[in-house]
Design a protein around this ligand. Sequence first.
Ligand SMILES: Nc1ncnc2c1ncn2[C@@H]1O[C@H](COP(=O)(O)OP(=O)(O)OP(=O)(O)O)[C@@H](O)[C@H]1O
Ligand SMILES: [Mg+2]
Length: 398
Amino acid sequence: MDPIRNPFAPGAGQRPPELAGRERELSAFEVVLQRVARGRPERSLILTGLRGVGKTVLLGELRSMAVKHGWGAGKIEARPDAELRRPLSAALHRAIRDLAVRHRAPDRVDEVLGVLKAFALKASKPDAKLRDRWQPGIDVPAAQGRADSGDIEIDLVELFTDVAELAADVGTGAVILIDEMQDLKAPDVSALCAACHELSQSGAPLVVVGAGLPHVPAVLSASKSYSERLFRYARIDRLDRDDADRAVMAPIEREEAGIEPEALDALFDASGGYPYFIQAYAKAAWDAAPADPITVKDVQVAAPEAEQELAVGFFGSRYERATPAEREYLLAMAELTQGRDEGAGTSDIAVYLGRKPSSLSPARDSLMKKGLVYSAERGLIAFTVPHFGHYLLSRRED
Ligand SMILES: Nc1ncnc2c1ncn2[C@@H]1O[C@H](COP(=O)(O)OP(=O)(O)OP(=O)(O)O)[C@@H](O)[C@H]1O
Ligand SMILES: [Mg+2]
């Protein structure tokens, strides 16, 4: 069918044509927004899940909801080895600008911007050449003596408090959304926890909403033991059959086309309900269909095409990032789990490779740092990428 009208959207952070199966998270956030704006205590929300389940998309949706409620909102993507201070400054700048539109006292807004600037200027300079060039882009003089101690934990509490006050003035709140939260550096995690803790105690209307891989809760609780009480974790997972069907059917129907029930069966078989795969297979099936409706035959014809694209865009790009030693480790995991999406025992991997467990730690740690695997529970290691084991085994056969 007409590729120009193809509604499906495989791609990182791509808004899907139908956001299926996330009603629970959306309505929970609605409650958070309303409660926080009324000064009621609420825990910050953290979305966890495997690669491609729709965390980034959902985070974007929560951001839009907050903005619609008149909140100030700013979004960040954490990166390994990068400090939080600079991207956080940009995100808070954005949130303050959202709030400024509704704020009646421009002087007060400028005061908070001055504190933000002071905070931003404490960012450590990555290299001397950038030193003079980097400017936070805030048009007011930096304040002095607030949020500029250089200790991120102290500074964050002060800055968050000021931004929350600004939000309280306009009767709403502020939200900072942090994607790829597992990549935050330890001091930044600890500062964020401390700031959220402090703010929730004072009932200040600022919340942090995070998203990251399934081991984010472990990262946070390793930093602050009280983090379990501070955050509410929502596991974002594959869609069940009904939601997966809706994700496919609703966009097709909006284009006034159809799909046969057997074709839906075949799509669900291929995707396993994983949102990224749903988009990839449905997109290929649409393109492969010579006529409306899409049939099971079209899905079968399209599958190799979709797999080829996934092999490059979804799996391959991640595989490329692994060193030979890390690839050997990944393949051992795939062999031991026979390509199923489950954890492999670290000691079994060592036995399988005929190595001492300790000699494999560097490969494993580095794979964890690259976000390719995570420690599912003690002694078990699993892929963060669904169907990755299957991909590795099929690759080996080629
Ligand atoms: N609820 C949903 N219904 C249908 N499709 C969805 C849904 N959520 C996400 N998708 C689609 O799935 C794909 C992956 O979404 P997204 O990038 O948000 O995943 P992610 O969990 O952030 O992945 P990663 O961990 O790799 O960053 C996108 O193509 C998106 O359009
Ligand atoms: Mg993402």
